[in-house]
Structures are given as structure tokens and as C-alpha cells.
Design a protein around this ligand. Structure first.
Ligand code: PRP
Length: 211
């Protein structure tokens, strides 16, 4: 039988995602063993899992190295990979937002300086508002940019809001809600449709419970 290759996002979200796959009947017990291994197979359930960096999952799926995978809606909006989005798993819920130092007021006569990892999401958003911006692309710890005067605002993911609060920043606008999505390679979806559909049906039951 052809194995189903599944790219999981390494980290906290990935653990939750694997729990869902396991409870849907696609378990792979060796994945729970401690160690640095990244690829795990279970011939009985016909799955091969591997841990990828969350922002790389869509690359594996788009190029067919993985048949399916789980990626945040943030990554899908930012990189627009050519994949099928099959299901909202209703986990990893957060939002993409604009945040600024408490009390910030936008002066629309000036170009707005924006720090973000998500340059496409930020420019699409401000384009839709007709607002002129200057984007500074950063790779992490975005919150410090307005504090140090590098930019006026940030566009970033807000989950609990703790990082913003502890750095005296506040949300000005929510751009879009985010959650984890099941994605599939377009040709893999045709060739392995039976096992993928079975997985999607089982996972959608689990995802509904979490709504
Ligand atoms: C993300 C995001 C925020 C934080 C939001 O950062 O960029 O900094 O989580 O979560 P909160 O609202 O619950 O505080 P991440 O931990 O991924 O690290 P990063 O700084 O490298 O982006």
C-alpha cells in the first residue's frame, strides 16, 4: 500500500495536530518516543509523518514531498502556495493584527512605517485601505520595533495578547483570524484520494468538536 506522507509543524501546535491525527485513527506510536528523529512510519495505518519547520510545511506539500500537511492560515495567506486547503482544524487559533504603542495615533499625511514577518499580508491590507506604507521585514521579536522607534506599528500574530501587554503595545486593528488548516498536494490528492478522504472525514468530526 502507498504510504500517506504527512508534514507536521514542529513545536507546540504540531503536538496538538498529531493528537488529532492519532484520535482520528492515524496513529504512529514511535513519534511519541523521545529523541531527535524527524521521520516516523506506521505501516499498519499507512502513514509516514515528518516534523518540518511550520513555515516550511506548505513548501513540502506544494512540491509533493508530502501529500498532506498542516499549516497556519497566516503562512497560506503570506506565501499563497499552490495547494488545496481541505479543512479548518480549529486549533492554533489566533489573529493577524496591527499593534502599536499605547496611545498611538495614525497621522495619515505621513508614510506609515510597519515592521512584520508577513510583508505580503501587511501590504495587501494597507493597499486595500489605500494607505502608504514603508515595510521593514523582520524575522522575529517584532514587538521591539516600535518601542525602539524603528517603525510606527507592527503587523503580527496575537494569540493571548500577553506579548503585547508586557511590552506596552495594543491592538489597533484585527486583519484576519488565523487557525491551522489541513492542506494537500494537488496531484497527490487525486492519486491518494481514498485515504485522504477517509482522513478528512475523521478529522472534520474532531475539528467540529473544537469549534
Ligand atoms: C508569536 C508572535 C508574538 C507572540 C504572540 O511569536 O510573533 O510575538 O507569538 O503570542 P501572545 O499573544 O500569546 O503573546 P513567536 O513565539 O512565534 O516568536 P517570534 O518572536 O519569533 O515571532
Amino acid at each position: 500500500m502507498d504510504m500517506l506522507n504527512i508534514a507536521l509543524p514542529k513545536g507546540r501546535l504540531g503536538e496538538k495536530v498529531y493528537d488529532m491525527f492519532e484520535s482520528a485513527g492515524f496513529g504512529c506510536p514511535s513519534i511519541r518516543e523521545p529523541g531527535r528523529k524527524l521521520i516516523f512510519e506506521n505501516e499498519e495505518t499507512g502513514v509516514r509523518y515528518f516534523w518540518a519547520k511550520p513555515s516550511d510545511v506548505a513548501i513540502y506539500v506544494e512540491r509533493g514531498a508530502a501529500d498532506i500537511g498542516v499549516a497556519g492560515k497566516d503562512i497560506l495567506l503570506e506565501y499563497s502556495p499552490d495547494v488545496y486547503e481541505l479543512l479548518d482544524l480549529n486549533i492554533g487559533k489566533c489573529r493577524m493584527a496591527v499593534a502599536a504603542p499605547a496611545g498611538f495615533r495614525d497621522d495619515r499625511r505621513k508614510t506609515l512605517k510597519v515592521a512584520t514577518k508577513f510583508t505580503n499580508i501587511a501590504s495587501n491590507y494597507y493597499n486595500s485601505l489605500g494607505r502608504d506604507i514603508d515595510i521593514v521585514h523582520l524575522n522575529g521579536s517584532i514587538e521591539i520595533a516600535p518601542i525602539l522607534g524603528l517603525t510606527d506599528v507592527i503587523v503580527d500574530i496575537v494569540e493571548t495578547g500577553a506579548t503585547l501587554r508586557e511590552n506596552n503595545l495594543e491592538v489597533i486593528e484585527t486583519i484576519v483570524p488565523i487557525s491551522a488548516r489541513l492542506i494537500a498536494n494537488k496531484s497527490g490528492f487525486r492519486f491518494k484520494s481514498e485515504s485522504i478522504e477517509k482522513l478528512v472525514n475523521k478529522l472534520s468530526e474532531k475539528a467540529e468538536i473544537r469549534q
